[in-house]
Design a protein around this ligand. Sequence first.
Ligand code: CO8
Length: 279
Amino acid sequence: MPGIRKNEKIRYRAAGPFFIIQLVKPENLNALEGEDYIYLGELLELADKDPNVYFTVLQSSGRFFSSGADFKGIAKAQGDSSVEYASETSKWLSNFVARNVYVTDAFIKHSKVLICCLNGPAIGMSAALVALCDIVYSMNDKVYLLYPFANLGLVTEGGTTVSLPLKFGINTAYEHLMFNKPFKYDTLCESGFISKNFNMPSPSSETFNTAVLDELRSKVEGLYLPSCLGMKKLLQSNHIDSLNKINSMEVNESLKYWVDGEPLRRFSQLGSKQRKHRL
Ligand code: CO8
């Protein structure tokens, strides 16, 4: 398999029919900058192109799956004087729209079965990507998903306008989005979002990742794997048109908020701990 550039926060490897992507920056709860989200998209493309890969497995490390967009990265994009933009619109087209639409598209159209090993909570854009996965396993009942768009002066992104009503029902999606309320384990289970809880204590992400992979290896034994990809393509056809449409609508709607500056003010308050999410 030909490799691509390296990223200190994200590792990848192929193991038989599995392409494994792991977030490895637990110190900042696996928060990701714009370039890291682009890298995730590139890795998905790599998995797509590899004929030996049938399943793309997302793993993480530490106590969070990912705390979403890195507020330090956003402050950097705002204060970066090394690039001269013609306007605020131009700046956020580069720093938000292009990146966001690219990684979301990579997840929407991914041809391999996407499996998420949820070792802990996921927030924001990262939680949006979790909601685009086909199968989710949880490490224990401490996991939750938070889409804090209303608290950050943003709107739904990463396909969540479609994926959340699809997976949880429209009224539940409204309640959680409008009032910045996490989707806790009970809701994730009742809705069938989580297929299996591995029930492991919190500081054991590595053991959990290994256990999921071992179980997957035994599950795929004897299967005709091209059938899995054929079924993925058919199941994907149920919603791919609405996801593609919403990906473009979401970023264009969001752009106004970035240009207006409210998300920047709120991210900066989050960074200085003046603002918190209600969990
Ligand atoms: N960015 C940068 N650093 C972070 C982030 C983050 N998102 N989250 C946590 N960290 C860091 C903290 O600063 C802290 O570092 P340090 O030890 O140096 O102070 C360390 O991780 C541990 O965090 P906490 O001490 O805050 O841990 P708690 O358990 O008390 O709280 C929380 C955990 C609730 C997750 C809290 O850290 C938090 O609210 N983080 C921010 C989450 C967030 O709002 N993320 C953004 C979501 S919105 C989004 O993703 C869409 C943006 C669109 C742009 C996409 C571009 C492609």
